[in-house]
Design a protein around this ligand. Sequence first.
Ligand SMILES: *Cc1c(COP(=O)(O)O)cnc(C)c1O
Length: 501
Amino acid sequence: MNYFSTRDTERTNPKTSAQAIKQGIAQDGGLFMPESIPAISLSEISALSALPYTERAANILSKFLTDYTYDELLASAKAAYSEEKFAGGATGISALGDTHRVLELWHGPTCAFKDMALQIMPRLLSLALKKTGEKRTAYILVATSGDTGKAALEGYKDVDGVKITVFYPEDGVSAMQKLQMTSQTGENVNVCAIKGNFDDAQTGVKKIFSNSDVANKLDENGIFLSSANSINWGRLVPQIVYYVSAYCDLVSEGDIKLGDVIDITVPTGNFGNIFAAYVAKLMGMPFGKLICASNRNNILTDFINTGVYDRNREFFTTMSPSMDILISSNLERLLYLISGPAKCAAYMKSLSENGKYEVEEDVLVKIKESFTADYCTEENTASTIRDTFDKYSYLIDTHTACALYASVNAEMKNAAEGRNVKILTASTASPYKFAADVLKSLGKTPKSESFEVIYELSDATDTEIPAPLAALRDAKVRFTASVGKSWEEMLAASEKFVGIE
Ligand SMILES: *Cc1c(COP(=O)(O)O)cnc(C)c1O
């Protein structure tokens, strides 16, 4: 299976999956995509339903990562995921009434769904370095809206041949997220705040990546850049697995019959998670509507409804910070699949020059064949948390609330259309990562500042604090640096960490 850039109109520059994972982003600024989408049949789904998550993962990954052996992929999956549900990086599904199913993706070490990819991706990168005979150090630069940073630090800490710097928006992450990152252990890790928002961080990292002078200078020092953001195919491909696996679980638990269609709602920021669900659908999974849920930063809702992507709008800081994004990078992959590399490159050029593009009617029609979109205000986020807890004694975080809000709306639309399907909502973080906002949503006033709120939330709801978050009580802050939002300042901080002046 070859990989090509989403902007490579001539398809002149094929890469293996190991090369694509190592490099992260294509030289022309595009994202790597497999040359075709492999198929999965109902009988394969049936066979996978009898297997544990690790074997399902090796099976799906081997369809895309054909230059890795099945045994390499199985060993990587076993090191990354527990086989027990709701624990150690394994998913579980909770039922809310007849229609709603919640896929809990946050039982890994950092309590956000990013672990599902970032526990296995460092292992795929280590294998890629061996496969490609790489002697240089891989230097991973990450822009984070909060959860990726911690998950990447935890995944890459003390991995041989790798160094990592994470940039996060100084005022754009929760107190818990900040403490998780700034207290990170490991000899090869570095964390730096920027005086800007997530889009500034992401734009800065992309600029550093695409600068050939930077690449040459690092190369002279035995270093090359790699990415752990969802622009890297190594992040996306493990996410396909859990959508397949969730369907297998619903079948094996007798909740649905093999072949039954389900809808899927995903709380969306950079469009990575929902894109993985789309790829699973293209493979042949019986998925109906993919419901793209946004918060008040509803640029994707507008795009999917009108075909106009316009980032010239106000940016809001919300209580679901991981979705506070105006440039959803992985949308490029969808545009590429639907309209091809030439149009895709033109849209991206227009986005970088004018902050805006509009797709043609036929492209929009194709997008709407699979996607619908909805968004959730701050008030609706809070009321969804409260209603869900009142009705089901089930506690959700602010991001999951945005998605569940959209799922409830979709249920009503489905009923009006006479569609009777289950709706699977991706739950992307533990409520304890956003404890103060969750507590306020339940109508309580937090008494303590920052960290201590988790005990109040636990008392108020009689739910358990996840062990990795409880352990932060004794954590020491190691990283306090903060730089301006220009890419030059971010580069200077990065070079300093790896000892280049
Ligand atoms: C990253 C994140 C999202 C957004 O996922 P994308 O793949 O960027 O669309 C949603 N919720 C939480 C909790 C996250 O950490």
